[in-house]
Design a binder for this molecule. Structure first.
Ligand code: HEM
Length: 165
């Protein structure tokens, strides 16, 4: 069904824009929350909501449209000529795993430790507990790794380098 390919590619690239645009904004929102502790809980909840409603569903749709493109165009993705695609799929699965199973639980921990879904008004009572600092540094570290993985995946998908093996 090669006639489906351009439509799938359109949905694939559109979803990449929608899903990954916000991921470049999360570090900025996070650092503002760090500088203004009275708003840290709200900033984290806002990023978490964007993650749940936009980033994760559209990121997961990339696998569906990607697999459908492979099927519709009969792309031999195990062939040496398509090493870029196989590598991109592996990096994508690593990124999805880090986002869903490492970053997301730590974001939920930060929300819980900063007053939950309805925190009392005003600044937090004292300095952030060590557990919060650990969760924040984990989210920051994974956030940077995800941005690098994303840039590498887009490079592979657009440039389609020939690795020669
Ligand atoms: C972070 C995730 C991903 C991003 C940002 C991404 C991005 C892109 C972009 C920008 C293109 C258009 C390239 C061009 O036409 O020059 C593309 C094409 C493609 N992507 Fe992805 N993609 C992702 C994940 C996936 C996954 C998981 C699969 C497979 C399961 C996949 C399969 C494909 C295929 C088959 C094409 C068409 C390649 C061709 O024109 O021959 N992508 N992707």
């Amino acid at each position: 069904m090669p006639e489906l390919f351009p439509w799938l590619l359109f949905l694939h690239v559109l979803a990449a824009i929608v899903a990954f645009g916000p991921t470049f904004a999360f570090p900025i929102i996070g650092s503002m929350g760090g500088q203004e502790p009275q708003h840290a809980n709200f900033a984290t909840r806002a990023s978490h909501r964007v993650g749940d409603l936009v980033v994760e569903p559209f990121a997961i749709s990339m696998f569906v449209t990607g697999a459908l493109m492979i099927w519709s165009a009969g792309i031999p993705f195990l062939d040496p000529a398509y090493r870029w695609l196989l590598l991109a799929i592996v990096l994508y699965l690593v990124a999805l795993g880090l986002a869903l199973f490492v970053s997301r639980p730590n974001v939920k921990r930060i929300i819980a430790l900063s007053g939950g879904e309805a925190p009392p008004p005003g600044p937090p009572p004292g300095p952030p507990p060590p557990e919060m600092l650990h969760a924040v540094s984990t989210v920051q570290r994974i956030g940077m790794i995800l941005i690098v993985l994303l840039v590498v995946i887009v490079f592979l998908m657009v440039v389609k380098p020939d690795f020669g093996f």
